[in-house]
Design a protein around this ligand. Structure first.
Ligand code: GDP
Ligand code: CA
Length: 319
């Protein structure tokens, strides 16, 4: 644990990229880390409330995430899916046997009147996670994808269609009316730095920023706000971030990430592969830190997390 940033860190995260950096931050900061997680991907399936990004972050911090898929738990078995298929149930969305327990408990606890924040805290406690994992809102927000074929629900686009249709825009239904949970407000207020994880800017970070007065709250605290770019060498490490940039009329690059986050950030961490972009990014008004940003395992996550914290500390803001 490091003494710097004693007030803690609030990180904004989606699924895989967010979880990987959060894993490093959690190792360094323990209970001084709060991860504010996208719930725009959430949906109800077979009567169960599914929160893909919350679960990816939780499983990753618990050390039980499936390293191959990036979602679900390790050492999974698939008896439920096999039987579901046999009975003619929908099999486009996979639910492993172990993973299923999370969704069933979430259903049970939400049904008893707990908020998603409380449910997530209980799951964290049972996994022995010291850091706080916080849904961006307890109110329902649903990401929908605008395409030439009309509006698609996010999981329809992402899982069923495997992102096979070009997008023209995104909307976050319910976000404006959704409230920022008290725990999130507290985490932001107590933070000595805000870290935007290397998550998809369009479908992981934008929905978080769209919740109620989230953006105003983030801008109100005079602390360094830095991000790690999810784009390395013009490509996404995983998922449709680069494809979305192209479809929305931008070059897939860390410069596009810098422009996208204009006004929110003080600094951006980019990969060595993109060092040539540093001057152009600095010209947008951001401090730039160049390092290795690909996280292959927990050691990479911890090293990058330490660098991001040091970078944030080096920035003088406000005052
Ligand atoms: P999703 O919900 O699983 O799509 O989660 P995220 O939005 O958090 O993660 C997807 C983004 O993370 C993609 O844009 C990837 O390029 C990025 N990403 C994944 N792993 C890494 C990594 O090791 N380093 C960096 N810099 N980005 C990563
Ligand atoms: Ca996601």
């Amino acid at each position: 644990m490091i003494a710097a940033l004693a007030g803690g860190v609030a990180a904004l995260a989606g699924g895989v990229g967010g979880a990987r950096l959060s894993r490093g931050l959690a190792r360094l900061l323990g209970d001084r880390l709060s991860v504010i997680v996208n719930t725009g991907d959430d949906f109800e399936h077979l009567g169960l409330p599914i929160s893909p990004d919350l679960d990816t972050v939780t499983y990753t911090l618990a050390g039980c995430a499936n390293p191959e898929t990036g979602w679900g738990v390790a050492n999974e078995s698939w008896n439920f899916m096999a039987q579901l298929r046999e009975l003619g149930g929908p099999d486009w969305f996979l639910l492993g046997d172990r993973d299923l327990a999370t969704h069933v408990l979430r259903r049970e606890w939400l049904g008893q009147g707990d908020s998603l924040t409380q449910v997530t805290a209980r799951l964290c406690q049972r996994h022995g996670i010291a850091s706080r994992i916080l849904p961006m809102s307890d109110d329902i927000v649903r990401t929908r994808v605008q395409t030439a074929e009309g509006l698609l629900d996010f999981q329809d686009y992402f899982v069923r269609r495997r992102c096979d249709v070009a997008i023209s825009g995104l909307q976050f239904d319910g976000a404006r009316e959704a409230r920022v949970p008290a725990m999130v407000t507290e985490a932001i207020t107590a933070a000595e730095a805000i870290i935007v994880c290397p998550s998809n800017p369009y479908v992981s970070i934008d929905p978080i920023l769209a919740v109620g007065d989230m953006q105003a709250r983030l801008l109100a605290v005079e602390v360094p706000r830095v991000a790690v770019s999810p784009i390395i060498g013009g490509a996404a490490v995983k998922g449709p971030a680069a494809k979305m940039m192209r479809e929305l009329g931008h070059a897939p690059s860390s410069l596009t990430v810098a422009e996208k986050y204009h006004g929110l950030l003080h600094g951006l961490v980019i990969d060595r592969a993109d060092a040539a972009l540093a001057d152009a990014i600095a010209a947008t008004g951001l401090a730039v830190r160049i390092t290795d940003t690909l996280m292959r395992g927990p050691e990479d996550s911890e090293r990058l997390a330490a660098e991001v914290i040091a970078f944030a500390r080096s920035l003088r803001v406000g005052g």
